[in-house]
Every structure is written in structure tokens, then in C-alpha cells.
Unconditional design. Structure first.
Length: 135
């Protein structure tokens, strides 16, 4: 499983099916603040009542925090300020501050028991993933 050279990882259909099965929500009808080839910056706009977030993993030049970390912070802010709920698909990086922030809040987590294969990747992900319900 070679590492991906892209920062864009298109959500596998399986993820949407799990969201429907576990939480009885249709993530395909939710607002996506970070779609591939977006013509807006999801970190600078308001989100909607329900959001599905599969954030990019990279960094913006000159920024200390990764985009992933910034999207986690934004999702928590959207909930606390506007009661906008989010489901996020995230890599299992349990040593990261953003992960511990999610755990401290007690948000519901769904762990995948296998490596996901994103739609635009030839191989399965190099790390496990989980989803978190921020509500």
C-alpha cells in the first residue's frame, strides 16, 4: 500500500451506507464544506444544519495546524455557536490534539474494522479511519 500523493480522498460509497445504517442519516444530502475541486473555502463560510466532512489532510504554507485539524476545530465551533451538526471521516491518529479534543467532548465515534479504499485511490488507505458524530 504505497502512500497517496494526493490530498484529495474521495469518500467510498461504503461510508455513506454506514452513516445511513448506524445513524439513519443520508450523508449525500448533507452540506460538504470541503468537496473536491471546491470554489469556496469551507473554513471561511458558515455551514448548514447537517454537514458531512471528509477533510483534506495537508497544510497550507505558513500554517502551523493541518487542514484536518482546522476542519475539526471548525466543526466543533459550528456546533457550539450555531448548533450545526457534523459527521466527519477522519484518520485514526490518536496521538493528535484534535483527536483528544473530540474524545474530551464525548462525541460518538464509529470505528471501521478495516482499511478503507477511497474512490480515487488504487490501494486501500495506509491507516485506519473512524467517523465522529459532532452533535
Amino acid at each position: 500500500m504505497p502512500p497517496s500523493k494526493s490530498d484529495t480522498h474521495l469518500t467510498p460509497d461504503e461510508v455513506h451506507e454506514v452513516i445511513l445504517s448506524v445513524w439513519e442519516l443520508d450523508s449525500r444530502k448533507m452540506f460538504d464544506p470541503c468537496p473536491a475541486n471546491a470554489d469556496f473555502d469551507g473554513l471561511k463560510i458558515g455551514w448548514e444544519d447537517w454537514n458531512y466532512v471528509n477533510p483534506p489532510y495537508g497544510k497550507i504554507k505558513g500554517e502551523r495546524k493541518t487542514l484536518l485539524s482546522q476542519f475539526v476545530t471548525k466543526a466543533i465551533h459550528e456546533l457550539e455557536t450555531f448548533n450545526h451538526k457534523s459527521i466527519m471521516l477522519l484518520p485514526s491518529k490518536t496521538d493528535q490534539d484534535w483527536y483528544h479534543e473530540l474524545v474530551r467532548h464525548g462525541y460518538g465515534i464509529y470505528w471501521f474494522d478495516h482499511r478503507l479504499r477511497f474512490k480515487n485511490n488504487k490501494w486501500s488507505a495506509t491507516q485506519p479511519h473512524f467517523m465522529v458524530m459532532i452533535k
